[in-house]
Design a protein around this ligand. Structure first.
Ligand SMILES: NC(=O)c1ccc[n+]([C@@H]2O[C@H](COP(=O)([O-])OP(=O)(O)OC[C@H]3O[C@@H](n4cnc5c(N)ncnc54)[C@H](O)[C@@H]3O)[C@@H](O)[C@H]2O)c1
Length: 397
């Protein structure tokens, strides 16, 4: 049986990894220790998992004492590299939440460590395990629309989902790398995976016109705010209280910071163009204040077109010959990607089936998707097109 330890015991870490590992996958693996910079939060793992899980006050000590096979990294994005590298150097495999990391330099350091260690890093791109994207992958791999010429790709986050990033650490570039890394890494990975090509060149524009305008901030946090605007987050509600409010004494982290805070330094509306190694061009947008939440993608190929959307959970194919095909997907993309999460956990903890093998995301996939966001950040900052070669010229990817 595999021995696991976990670093990062926030909402995702506890409910998507610690609890399922203890309650559902105990025949396959054992959670032998947890560490979080916020010890109070780490102590909650035992409560939710309904089993005593040792809490460590230091990551290195946890590795030395437990000698785990695999380290699960579910801490904030900017800290992933530190734990991945230490785990690899110690001789462990790593399962890391997306995004792999937050900039080019850190990704190269991780790659170096993986190669030296002979161990592996797996990135948890759960969207690859979602039925709609699985069906899209099957169709494109079958060659039905021929070679993909272009992708038109839009992700609309509704106000509740979109605004939530602006309450939290995600809205600080230093911590998340921006939404083009934190969030779009999922979307870019899907594009890379569907195409089976590498991104080559990136151009981006981004604006912030909805959140982060400090003139509109009536209070530091929702809890102290009399206005209770439409972006109000209730930090006293059930798990929010236990996981965040009750743990503030440890690190001062506010889960309900005002979305108009001057700490917000990322864009809320983004547009990115990518040129791929096989010649495909992509046009992508991310919006964080939409009336409804959905994804829409059109892939235009040499033999026809595929349209897919989560608005209707459908995939439509129209071939140049006039032939049409339609697929209705039963799995809803909303609701915390619940089924995709179940599927990826089955893969991670129980082992892969043949189809799942093509869904597993390795370190290279993590680097490629993060790199589009990192290059887009450079493009916006320096007002120019950015070639990934600039950053990886001395590295064999
Ligand atoms: N795949 C998905 O669908 C998905 C969904 C949500 C979050 N995530 C990812 O999961 C990770 C955790 O996100 P979350 O929503 O649980 O955030 P969170 O803020 O609830 O949890 C982050 C945890 O990291 C801890 N932490 C901060 N700095 C640390 C450090 N230096 N060392 C150790 N621990 C530290 C915090 O105390 C906190 O407990 C992130 O990487 C995020 O991108 C993935």
């Amino acid at each position: 049986m595999k021995r696991y330890v976990q670093v990062g015991c926030g909402f995702r870490g506890i409910f998507s990894f610690s609890v399922p590992l203890v309650k559902k996958y105990s025949d396959y693996g054992e959670l032998c220790g947890v560490y979080d910079i916020n010890t109070k939060r780490a102590e909650l793992v035992s409560k939710y998992a309904e089993k005593d899980i040792p809490v460590y006050h230091d990551f290195s000590t946890m590795l030395k004492e437990v000698k785990p096979d695999t380290v699960i990294v579910t801490s904030t994005d900017c800290t992933h590299d530190k734990y991945i590298i230490e785990a690899l150097n110690f001789g462990c495999d790593v399962i890391c939440e997306k995004p792999l990391t937050t900039n080019f330099e850190k990704s190269i350091n991780i790659l170096d460590a993986e190669r030296k260690s002979g161990k592996t890093v797996t990135i948890t791109f759960n969207l690859r395990f979602h039925q709609l994207f699985m069906e899209l992958k099957r169709q494109i791999a079958s060659g039905v629309i021929g070679d993909v010429l272009s992708i038109h790709y839009n992700w609309m986050l509704d106000e509740a989902h979109g605004s939530d990033y602006f309450h939290r650490w995600h809205s600080q570039r230093e911590k998340s790398g921006s939404l083009l890394i934190h969030k779009s890494t999922h979307h870019f990975d899907i594009a890379n995976w569907l195409l089976d090509q590498d991104p080559v060149c990136v151009n981006a524009f981004g604006t912030r016109r909805v959140y982060g305008d400090v003139k509109k901030a009536p209070a530091k946090r929702c809890l102290e705010c009399k206005e209770k605007c439409k972006f109000y987050f209730d930090v006293m509600y059930k798990t929010n209280k236990e996981l965040y409010y009750d743990c503030e004494s440890e690190d001062g982290y506010l889960r309900d910071r005002c979305v108009f805070s001057n700490e917000v330094d990322i864009e809320d509306t983004l547009s990115v163009n990518v040129l791929y190694s096989g010649g495909t061009v992509m046009s992508y947008t991310l919006n964080t204040s939409a009336p409804t939440e959905f994804m829409r993608i059109t892939l235009m190929g040499t033999k026809g077109r595929i349209d897919a959307t989560t608005e209707t959970n459908t995939i439509d194919i129209i071939l140049n010959s006039g032939e049409k095909k339609n697929f209705v997907i039963s799995q809803d993309l909303r609701g915390h990607h619940r089924n995709a999460d179940n599927n990826i956990r089955d893969y991670l903890f129980k082992g892969a089936t043949t189809e799942m093998l093509t869904q597993a995301a390795d370190l290279r996939a993590g680097i490629m998707s993060m790199s589009i966001g990192a290059a887009a950040n450079v493009s916006m900052k320096e007002n120019r097109r950015v070639y990934l070669d600039e950053f990886y010229k001395d590295v064999k990817l």
